[in-house]
Design a protein around this ligand. Structure first.
Ligand code: 4AD
Ligand code: MG
Length: 441
């Protein structure tokens, strides 16, 4: 009979029919009379059996892991107690090899030795992503992006695509990647926030999912030089509205992801105890966090007791999330340690209406704030940070042509995934991660 050409994902619906399927040899077991292949095509895994005369062919006997094959046959359910994915297997009646892999070197195939050194793994990331765990994380990543887009659609935010090549900074000059733009100085964007602000009067509430770039000198497990930044901006809101919107966005997105049958299984495999966090999230002011750290003798970056005005560094954050074990909204950071555009708290002018969302195991995954809406205030902000206002004329204009209270935030996708999938480092949540000294493959 003729064969239906299928993807492995659709194998359940095609049981008992004669099918044709193509993919990569993911696992291989050669016995005297039988060759077992776990076939992989990116949509799933299928156990295939070559029996009798097929098992004795030259191609079967010399088959290697990562070779590509096309296999014909009938998919039949098999009794419980076997390990075949989806409880069925393909009994081949014909197969052909498309491209033969060298075989033998298991350190650079999808089965990169678990104890291979990290450099070898990252040099061979193009092969590592063929592995079960790495590909599962990338599938969850795709699902989480879908989940965010659904959340924003349901909440009525419009997606925009701001430029990555810019001539202004957002989060401080020290982490800018600079390049020559037809003879002018330009940068890779650190954040699309300023552009999102300009969209409010034109498009209403907006979001973007865009690469951001940071020339971070620090080699930590949560810093990349290029990362996927999910940013949103909302008009006519106050600080409480911003916090509720952020909580709503995170919780809806998690629910969307967990109710997506294509990825829920992968999340469960990667992080078996993961569940949506309880609401409301714990809210703690920066000032209370400083006291919390002081009481527990957690030192600041200089090894001294924490004082009001200090940065809360990664290690200190980790102390908080490890002990508290829940998402935390850390609010109202001092003016001096935050960006030039952040609105001051009218009730305490030393601090800003700002928020970081900290997650267990990772720390900060979101940074956001209300923005200055007054022209004078913004001019002072530029001055305080030593920023020349000229290149920012278009940003400043927002305060001249119909200003409004507004605020927004940015969420690091790789950090969100590291939390959700329980990964030690954000590097494993990026397709081809970039950090100091790594721009290959
Ligand atoms: O806290 P950040 O620097 O805030 C901003 O860029 C704001 N302008 C965003 C906004 O309000 N629209 O960055 C936001 C988030 C961080 O909380 C973190 O999750 C992520 O971006 N992030 C990084 N992720 C990986 N590697 C890095 N080097 C990152 N820097 C920031
Ligand atoms: Mg931040």
């Amino acid at each position: 009979p003729a064969a239906v050409n299928i993807k492995i994902r659709d194998s359940v619906q095609n049981r008992t029919k004669r099918i044709k399927v193509s993919g990569w040899v993911h696992r291989l077991r050669v016995q005297k009379q039988l060759v077992f292949i776990t076939l992989r095509d990116g949509t799933g895994y299928l156990q295939c059996i070559l029996a009798e005369s097929l098992a004795k062919t030259y191609d079967a006997l010399t088959l290697t892991v990562e070779s590509t094959v096309t296999i014909y046959g009938v998919i039949s359910p098999i009794p419980d107690g076997t390990h075949a994915p989806d409880g069925h297997e393909l009994h081949a009646d014909y197969f052909k090899v498309i491209g033969k892999a060298p075989g033998g070197d298991e350190t650079i195939t999808n089965i990169v030795a678990k104890d291979a050194d990290p450099q070898t793994k990252y040099d061979n990331r193009h092969l590592v992503i063929r592995g079960e765990q790495a590909s599962a994380i990338l599938k969850v990543r795709a699902g989480v992006l879908r989940a965010f887009r659904k959340t924003y659609e349901d909440l009525g935010l419009l997606e925009v695509t701001p430029p990555c090549m810019v001539q202004t900074q957002v989060e401080g000059g020290s982490t800018l990647f600079e390049f020559n733009y037809y003879g002018e100085k330009a940068y890779l964007t650190q954040s699309s926030q300023l552009y999102l602000e300009t969209c409010l009067p034109a498009l209403g509430d907006v979001f973007c999912i865009q690469e951001s770039f940071r020339a971070e000198k620090s080699l930590t497990r949560r810093h990349l030089s290029e990362y996927t930044h999910i940013e949103a901006e909302l008009a006519f809101i106050n600080f409480d509205d911003l916090l509720s919107h952020l909580e709503e966005t995170i919780c809806r997105t998690i629910n969307n992801a967990l109710s997506d049958p294509l990825i829920a299984g992968y999340i469960a495999e990667l992080n078996p105890t993961f569940k949506a966090p309880a609401r409301p999230f714990l809210r703690m002011t920066y000032a209370d966090a400083i006291n919390w750290l002081k009481e527990r003798n957690v030192p600041n970056e200089n090894g001294q007791p924490h004082e009001f005005g200090d940065d809360i560094a990664e290690a200190a954050e980790r102390n908080m999330t490890d002990e508290i074990g829940l998402p935390i909204f850390l609010t109202r950071f001092p003016v001096e340690i935050k960006a030039f555009y952040m609105k001051k708290d009218p009730a305490d002018l030393r601090v800003t209406e700002s928020v970081d969302c900290l997650m267990p195991g990772v720390g900060e995954i979101v940074g956001g704030s209300m923005r200055m809406e007054g022209l004078e205030e913004l001019m002072e902000g530029y001055k305080r940070e030593g920023i020349s206002p000229e290149p920012y004329y278009w940003f400043t204009d927002q305060r001249k042509y119909g200003t409004t209270p507004h605020g927004g935030y940015g969420l690091g996708l790789e950090r969100f995934l590291a939390w959700m999938c329980d990964r030690f480092t954000v590097r494993d949540c990026s397709l081809y991660p970039r950090w100091t000294g790594r721009c290959t493959p």
